[in-house]
Design a protein around this ligand. Structure first.
Ligand SMILES: [Zn+2]
Length: 552
């Protein structure tokens, strides 16, 4: 997960110079723009430092406390707004004009603090029919914090991430069903009893109305790939069909889906203790030519009351030139990890894929920002999918699960994301649809899961409430992930057990642009052709049809 507050830029049709030397283009062409951009970099850093402090990770940064940073932020932001207004509207270079547009757009997303994914709203507000759309979203995110971080199980409390992990690992079917049903209070908070004016159904109606005016995440993702939303739907269905064909005909209960696919997680879970998550993650990235510690990445990986209920990565400070020397981005990773295991390790490696993405940016301040949501989520999985390759497991865990079990574990998670993407796409198209009926239709057809329309069991992802439509960045993103992994392997060779050239090569060929290049151009230049679902379909075809065995 990346932070959702950055705004992706519309795809620029302006031609960009084909080969730029490593440090060219780091500065503005006009002196006036250069001064404003410097101010922008200060405001942007103060904004992300305030969010870091408000996440609860630390109380001071670079010797200044929250009050000092807030004062600095307000003063500089006011100056920036004034200076941006005063810039000339003509006679500027194309690069400067795009940079100004990027700064103006990004400034609107600056929140000036506040804890990400841990809103001030209360879950109980979600039941109120009179609240505004942003408040309704915040209230539903609050449900994930208040209820999702406190699921009752066997007389104790567990959080949502641990419960999902337990669904992969719990062999006793009664106990597994109990873990699944521990989510019921969360599902009810999100979707009531699935009545037409339940909190989620009011939310999706508002989201669709908003999207009709300004476009949705799904429209953005379609644009980023260069296809229309109808084609997005066809691609998602193709992926789900490939899974359906490889997973036999027997129907299973929803609490058995993750377990059935999760045999690799169970075989390897004992070798991945909570304390070994970070050492394994750091060793893998060192082998890829990235020293996460040396880059000063901040980690906040333990649970804490009121902490964000999901893992995410964000800037602390943005890379920039200081006295003629490039000072790299500093990133932070936040997660509420109670347990170890392969599923959690895969997520941690994904988050550090985001770290790699933003620390590799080397561009002028206006563009030292996230690329599109679609690209960011897709790229973060480029290194993380390796954790489900037996060669990776042998090197980093000292043990491996058979290839078929590993692939099934990985792609079961991928196809769930694809299922959520299709779910949201269809909810956006027809917001009066009964979400439980739609989810039942998708999961029974493609995942062979028995119908339980009485349960809103789709409501386990914070993104569904926080930014409706966002799931497409994972579902469609998987298509880009498979493309990038395939292309890197073709050019550099396999990197599942490391390759010291990996980070610098990707920085130069893919990551250094930050938010400057639109995803369609970036991917087309990288691959030498437009994106297609073939690489992911090829991966799914590595799965051999399962013959179900008893005792799960
Ligand atoms: Zn992510």
């Amino acid at each position: 997960m990346k932070n959702l507050l950055s705004l992706s830029l519309a795809c620029s049709l302006l031609l960009l110079p084909k080969a730029i030397s490593w440090d060219a283009g780091l500065k503005a062409d006009s002196k006036k723009v250069s001064a404003v951009e410097c101010l922008y970099a200060d405001v942007s850093d103060a904004n992300s430092i305030l969010a870091t402090i408000d996440s609860g990770l630390l109380s001071t940064y670079q010797g200044k406390d929250r009050a000092a940073w807030e004062q600095f932020y307000r003063k500089k932001r006011a100056e920036l707004a004034k200076e941006l207004e005063r810039l000339p509207t003509s006679g500027l270079s194309g690069g400067d004009t795009r940079a100004i547009a990027a700064m103006r757009k990004q400034m609107k997303a600056f929140a000036g603090g506040g804890a990400l994914f841990s809103p001030a709203a209360k879950c109980q507000d979600a039941a109120r029919k009179d609240i505004a759309y942003p408040t309704l979203k915040s209230a539903l995110v609050a449900c994930f914090v208040e209820i999702g971080n406190n699921l009752s199980f066997e007389g104790g409390k567990i959080n949502r991430v641990s419960a999902l992990d337990l669904l992969h690992e719990t062999s006793d079917v009664g106990r597994r069903k109990a873990v699944f049903l521990a989510f019921v209070p969360l599902w009810q908070a999100i979707n009531g009893n699935n009545e037409p004016d339940s909190p989620y159904r009011r939310l999706i109606a508002r989201a669709a109305a908003e999207a009709a005016k300004n476009g949705s995440e799904i429209d953005n993702a379609a644009r980023d790939v260069g296809i229309d939303p109808a084609e997005v739907e066809r691609w998602l269905v193709q992926i789900l069909d490939a899974w359906r064909e490889s997973s036999g005909d027997a129907m299973i209960e929803p609490w058995d889906f993750r377990f059935q696919a999760g045999e690799a997680d169970r075989l390897l879970g004992t070798y991945i203790a909570r304390e070994s998550l970070q050492p394994i993650n750091q060793r893998y990235y060192r082998d890829l030519g990235v020293d996460l510690e040396l880059m000063g990445t901040l980690y906040d990986l333990s649970p804490r009351p009121k902490k964000a209920a999901l893992a995410y990565t964000e800037f602390v400070t943005h890379g920039r030139m200081v006295n003629g020397v490039w000072r790299s981005t500093v990133a932070r990773v936040s997660a509420p990890y109670e347990r170890g295991g392969l599923f959690v390790l895969n997520e941690l490696v994904h988050e550090n894929g985001h770290v790699v993405n933003i620390t590799a940016i080397r561009n002028r301040p206006a563009f030292v920002d996230w690329p599109s949501d679609l690209f960011a989520e897709a790229f973060a999985d480029v290194p993380s999918w390796s954790t489900y390759e037996p060669v990776w497991q042998r090197r980093y865990l000292g043990h491996e699960a058979p290839e078929q079990l590993s692939l099934r574990a990985l792609y079961s998670v991928v196809v769930l994301d694809v299922a959520w993407s299709l779910f949201e796409l269809r909810m956006f198209r027809a917001p009066l649809t009964d979400p439980n009926a739609l989810w039942t239709e998708i999961t029974s057809r493609y995942l062979h899961i028995m119908p339980h329309p009485e349960l809103s069991w789709w409501a386990v992802r914070v993104q569904l409430a926080d930014l409706p439509g966002y799931m497409v960045n994972y579902g469609l993103g998987a298509i880009l992930t498979a493309e990038m992994r395939q292309h890197i392997s073709e050019v550099l060779g396999a990197f599942d057990t490391g390759d010291s050239r990996w980070y610098s090569w990707l920085s130069e060929h893919l990551l250094r642009y930050g938010s400057e290049r639109c995803t369609r151009t970036l991917m087309k230049n990288f691959l030498g052709r437009p994106v297609s679902p073939q690489a992911l379909l090829g991966q799914l075809h590595r799965l051999k049809p399962v013959t179900l065995r008893g005792n799960w």
